[in-house]
Design a binder for this molecule. Sequence first.
Ligand SMILES: O=c1nc[nH]c2c1ncn2[C@H]1C[C@H](O)[C@@H](COP(=O)(O)OP(=O)(O)OP(=O)(O)O)O1
Ligand SMILES: [Mg+2]
Length: 204
Amino acid sequence: MSKIVLASGNAGKLREFSALFDTHFAEQNIELIPQTQLNVIEAEETGLSFVENAILKARNACAATGLPALADDSGLEVDALQGAPGIYSARYAAADDGFGQGDSANNAKLLAALKDVPEAQRTARFQCVLVYMRHAADPTPQVFQGSWEGRILTAPEGHDGFGYDPLFFVPGEGCASASLSKERKNQLSHRGQAIQQLLARWHV
Ligand SMILES: O=c1nc[nH]c2c1ncn2[C@H]1C[C@H](O)[C@@H](COP(=O)(O)OP(=O)(O)OP(=O)(O)O)O1
Ligand SMILES: [Mg+2]
């Protein structure tokens, strides 16, 4: 059994990864272990792009465990906010702006920022960059990307998913991404696209 560490502390991402990886990896005798189970201390996300941050996270997990690592850096780009919160999506709301921290604070801050923006101008997309590194000094990280177009709702909807899913309206489905099953979300989403590319092309 070979082991790969998943360099993420986000339980919502883990659920989506497991849904696509478990069968595929079982066939290849690969086990994907969340970094939290291996007591990896989270990397500081000091990069200025998704790919830089994904490399920092993967490298950090490789260095801490001696295992190959897979990292996901993702976020929401809102056109009316010139691409914000972007790479800062997880840290959008903060204690000092009165919203607090975490997913519901981020959602509240986003709704407030878009308060006067009409529906046609509420276009947005999720971005996901996945990076696979064989070891901490791997000079050729493998990179896979996906993006998913939608619109920001004016109130939260749905109870599945994580992060900004309750505010992300998926036009083709007529509902928020928080109303999709994880299987359906994986068929469409930025992360699902990147994972499917990885499964088709990567070399361990
Ligand atoms: O499918 C998604 N549905 C809803 N929201 C999402 C999604 N994908 C990313 N997002 C949001 C969540 C978080 O605000 C940010 C990711 O930040 P990001 O740093 O990559 O992840 P994280 O800090 O939660 O966990 P970790 O860095 O340990 O992987 O974008
Ligand atoms: Mg993060």
